[in-house]
Design a protein around this ligand. Sequence first.
Ligand code: ZN
Ligand code: ZN
Length: 142
Amino acid sequence: MSEQKHEHEIVMIGMVNVNRDNYLQGTVDVWRCRGCKKLFCDDRRYGEPLKPGVGFEEIGEDEQWAILTCTNIKEVFVLSLGVKPGKKILHTCKNGTAHEFVVKDDWTIARDDGETVHRLFLVKDNVNKVIEAGFYKLRMLG
Ligand SMILES: [Zn+2]
Ligand SMILES: [Zn+2]
């Protein structure tokens, strides 16, 4: 079988905003290929200029784009990454604490709440929505 290599034709379809108690803390731009409908994500840090849409990272065929939020009492750190059930996520908080999360079958991560609170959100469920990742909000919501 000869397969022609697919050239992605990527257009921006929206963004996911991550708030900390109503203050914008991070934005992930969401792009999609017109052909294969694959998603691509690009973390935009607040205050940094928009990067040109080149060099998109690809995730595995069986993976989904997700956003890991790392929340402490003062701020929220936002990171987009490819995940799938059973996948290990290695993450180090700003304060140097290393964590290892395993993605569960429902595409969330096991709770490991202490000084920082971590949650995983699927990008496809949150395009053009706001994730509220404030410390108290996340803890209240359980
Ligand atoms: Zn494509
Ligand atoms: Zn963290």
